[in-house]
Design a protein around this ligand. Structure first.
Ligand code: GLU
Length: 376
């Protein structure tokens, strides 16, 4: 056991995410053995005094099974109908097992807008904190019955990383049918080795993440790595591990050398910046020149009107915008202090000219540094 892993022993708040393939068979019927083991371990951590949150997939797969559909439904109404049926079945089973262990569970169904809208985001946070204060284990899924594909997060790896950031968890455990991150795809390459620790998500690490996985779920290693990145910048350690391994959650939580651990970055983003970087709905683009790009990236400066070359989209002051460099790459995201119509008029101008052009000047900067996150 490494010293760093041992620190998991004293973790106070844990988010565990379980994938569809781990709690349901390919028939769409629930794997009761696995769910009971999961619930027993979570209840045990809860009894130790830890705050535990479960993010569970499986609504659509389970509903499809109950409706007698072959595999995952394709059309949006069929997915939504399957989720409505399956979520109820899932929750019933979780509730049954949790209550056997004397633990109270509470269902929380979230949509992308619960993250992208700042007020709803803060509301969701308050609700989750209240549940934890009541000693409840929140059982979270995306609200698949309501959210259509275009506005969905779509997979629960990202959802669980956002939840971990939302509640300031210290540890995120992503359970699936794979042991962790390998040097090659273990289903194809017998020489593939499990990587035990990842200190930083480099392009090499990203290139090790292949495509999507099983028939019922939606996430693959690529979505896991992008979820891990969100967690890492939110100050959360993530462990990828195999749901089938006996007592896997308890092993992770006692610091055993299982799965792959991804350590958080040293300088985590403060909560509001996490929201800007990963949750806020982007409502427009501001194009900037080379000089402004250097000022933002290298000198830690705010965005002034002089470096702006163009504006796209219609947005008001307070909207979240994407700041794009001359090579068309996103450089940063931030909350704008001026509307798109105003920026259209003052782009390229000096700060001192703002009030002359607009007849007012509430801010010197278009996007203040404190409201900006460089691309991560
Ligand atoms: N929310 C989906 C469900 O419960 C699953 C998303 C995922 O597979 O990550 O069926």
């Amino acid at each position: 056991m490494t010293e760093q892993r041992r620190s998991f022993n004293s973790v106070k708040r844990i988010v565990v995410k379980v994938g569809s393939s781990s709690i349901a068979y390919s028939t769409g019927k629930l794997n009761l053995f696995q769910i009971e083991s999961l619930v027993r371990q979570l209840s045990d951590l809860h009894n130790q005094g830890k705050d535990v949150l479960l993010v569970t997939s499986g609504a659509i797969g389970t509903g499809a099974g109950r409706l007698g559909l072959a595999g995952r439904p394709r059309t949006i109404p069929a997915k939504q109908a399957a989720a409505a049926v399956g979520q109820g079945i899932l929750m019933h089973i979780y509730e049954k097992f949790f209550s056997e262990y004397g633990v109270t569970a509470g269902q929380v169904l979230l949509t992308r807008e619960d993250f992208s809208d700042r007020r709803r985001f803060l509301n969701a946070r308050n609700t989750l904190h209240a549940l934890l204060q009541f000693g409840v284990i929140p059982v979270i899924n995306e609200n698949d019955t309501i959210a259509v594909d275009e506005i969905k997060l779509g997979e629960n790896d990202t959802l669980s990383a956002l939840v971990a950031g939302l509640v300031d968890a210290e540890l995120l455990v992503l359970l699936s049918d794979i042991q962790g991150l390998y040097t090659a795809d273990p289903r194809q390459d017998p020489d593939a080795c499990l990587i035990r620790e990842v200190a930083e998500i480099t392009p090499e690490i990203e290139s090790l993440a292949g495509g999507a996985g099983s028939k019922l779920g939606t996430g693959g290693m690529a979505t896991k790595i992008s979820a891990v990145r969100i967690a890492a910048h939110s100050g959360v350690s993530t462990v990828l591990a195999c749901a089938d391994e006996k007592d896997i959650i308890l092993k992770v939580a006692t610091g055993e050398q299982v799965g792959t651990v991804f350590w958080p970055v040293g300088n985590k983003l403060e909560n509001r910046k996490q929201w800007i970087a990963y949750s806020a709905a982007v409502c427009g683009k501001i194009r900037i020149d080379e000089g402004a790009a250097t000022a933002l990236v290298k000198q830690g400066k705010s965005l002034l009107p002089s470096g702006i070359t163009g504006v796209e989209g219609l947005f008001e002051m307070g909207g979240t915008v994407s700041i794009v460099g001359p090579d068309n790459q996103e450089i940063a995201r931030g909350i704008t202090s001026y509307s798109s119509a105003e920026i259209e008029q003052i782009k390229g101008a000096q700060t001192k000219e703002i009030s002359l052009i607009l007849g007012h000047k509430d801010y010197d900067e278009i996007v203040h540094r404190n409201n900006m996150v460089l691309n991560l």
